[in-house]
Design a protein around this ligand. Structure first.
Ligand code: HEC
Length: 294
């Protein structure tokens, strides 16, 4: 009997030991310094971010883990971030080895926050080597040579014509033809070469045509807004939400009003608990476009 009570007691203690930190410690919001732009395979990307307990107080002394996984594969990358700069700021270096769509998240404190998916492209190092270069003299010397010989032939033909040689006229015509073709192709060659090189570069370079609204949605995830604000566009991404702020799915407001909130919530409302996430002007513009896109 005593044993059973002891066992139950121990189990309860164990259960508390597991759940209490989560309850006592609460939750944190992760805010990326910036959303990574075009990412190339095997190129190191620096991921800098803030961890704020309850979305407000910078939280030092953590060992956050960045996890990335290539969609439809077993390929994954795990790196630990270390504290760098101000309290609560961490940096980790992510190297994604293959091109494709990578899903990733950052685990810090008691939770994991998913981040906007990254599209990784093949490294463009090979293209950089074959960038348009001025054609070397050697590359168009052959047509030029043909042009010169043709011209010489034509001139020789003219002399022969003066001396009434029978085949002289034919010589002039053939000479002019050869020289014409030679010079024209010499003139066209550099242009054709540059056009081919430009076409090649255009074909391989990434087309980053992400819209303001799409960028705003990525920021809504990456800056941690989705942790405190429910929004139909991001609710399927987060694993859990705090929803301490209002649902923003149906909110529309003037850009001035929204900018005030994003720039400094306390200036918008003195009792505001929403944190100042130190957003840049371009980030605020994109977030406003996203919020007002109904
Ligand atoms: C830690 C939680 C938290 C985070 C993170 C957060 N907010 Fe808020 N937000 C709030 C709360 C709470 C309010 C309500 C006012 C108050 O008490 O601060 C609010 C208010 C707002 C409002 C005003 C809504 C209205 O009805 O007028 C907007 C807009 C807003 N937040 C957008 C954002 C955006 C965009 C982000 C991300 C860049 C963000 N918030 C991040 C908690 C948060």
């Amino acid at each position: 009997m005593k044993r059973t009570i002891l066992a139950i007691g121990l189990t309860l203690l164990l259960a508390m030991a597991i759940t209490v930190p989560a309850l006592a410690g609460g939750w944190a919001v992760i805010t990326l310094d910036e959303v990574p732009g075009d990412v190339e395979a095997n190129q190191p990307i620096e991921i800098g971010f803030m961890v704020r307990q309850h979305g407000v107080t910078p939280l030092g002394g953590e060992s956050p883990v960045i996890r990335a996984h290539l969609a439809d594969s077993t390929e994954s990358v795990i790196v630990e971030a270390s504290e760098e700069g101000e309290v609560g700021h961490y940096v980790g270096t992510l190297i994604l080895p293959k091109s494709g769509e990578w899903e990733w998240s950052i685990q810090a404190f008691t939770g994991t926050q998913p981040m906007p998916a990254l599209t990784v492209i093949e490294a463009t190092v090979a293209v950089a080597e074959s960038e348009p270069v001025a054609p070397t003299p050697a590359s168009n010397s052959l047509p030029l040579l043909a042009g010169g010989i043709g011209l010489l032939g034509a001139v020789g033909g003219l002399f022969a014509l003066q001396r009434k040689v029978r085949w002289a006229a034919a010589f002039v015509v053939i000479g002019l033809l050869v020289s014409g073709v030679g010079f024209v192709s010499a003139a066209n060659q550099p242009k054709a070469e540059i056009e081919a090189a430009v076409a090649e570069v255009q074909e391989v370079s990434p087309v980053s045509s992400i819209s303001q609204v799409e960028l705003g949605r990525d920021l809504f995830i990456a800056k941690g807004c989705m942790m405190c604000h429910s929004h139909v566009e991001t609710n399927n991404i987060r694993e859990f939400g705090i929803d301490s702020g209002p649902d923003l799915t149906n909110l529309t407001a003037s850009p001035e009003y929204l900018r005030l909130w994003l720039k400094d919530p306390r200036a918008a409302k003195s009792t505001a608990t929403m944190p100042n996430l130190e957003l840049s002007d371009t980030e605020m513009d994109a977030l406003i476009a996203f919020i007002n896109d109904k």
